[in-house]
Design a protein around this ligand. Structure first.
Ligand SMILES: O=C(O)C(=O)C[C@]1(C(=O)O)C=C[C@@H](O)C=C1
Length: 85
């Protein structure tokens, strides 16, 4: 592969990565909004903001799909989604 071809391939792949990251960020923002609805509804009906058994379920899903780093990713997502109300 020539340097020019390699540079073009990398530039093209990076464009796709940037587009994917835009979508991922949008999905995270959407998740945060939906999570807020769940938390607000639970609090309004006398419950608590946090539901630990549900969080364990989510951590397990991410771990099963992505391995150990998946757990870290899920923890970061939950941190973003909690505590906004
Ligand atoms: O599923 C819930 O019960 C939520 O409140 C949503 C959510 C989440 O963002 O996934 C947020 C806080 C809870 O501790 C558990 C999960």
């Amino acid at each position: 592969m020539t340097t020019t071809t390699a540079e073009a391939t990398i530039a093209d792949a990076r464009e796709r990565i940037d587009a994917l990251d835009d979508r991922i960020i949008g999905l995270i923002q959407e998740r945060m909004a939906v999570s807020t609805v769940v938390q607000e509804t639970r609090i309004a009906s006398g419950g608590r903001r946090v539901n630990l058994s549900r969080e364990m379920e989510i951590l397990g899903r991410y771990r099963d799909a992505l391995g150990k780093p998946g757990t870290g990713l899920a923890m970061t997502l939950l941190e973003l989604c909690r505590g906004r109300i």
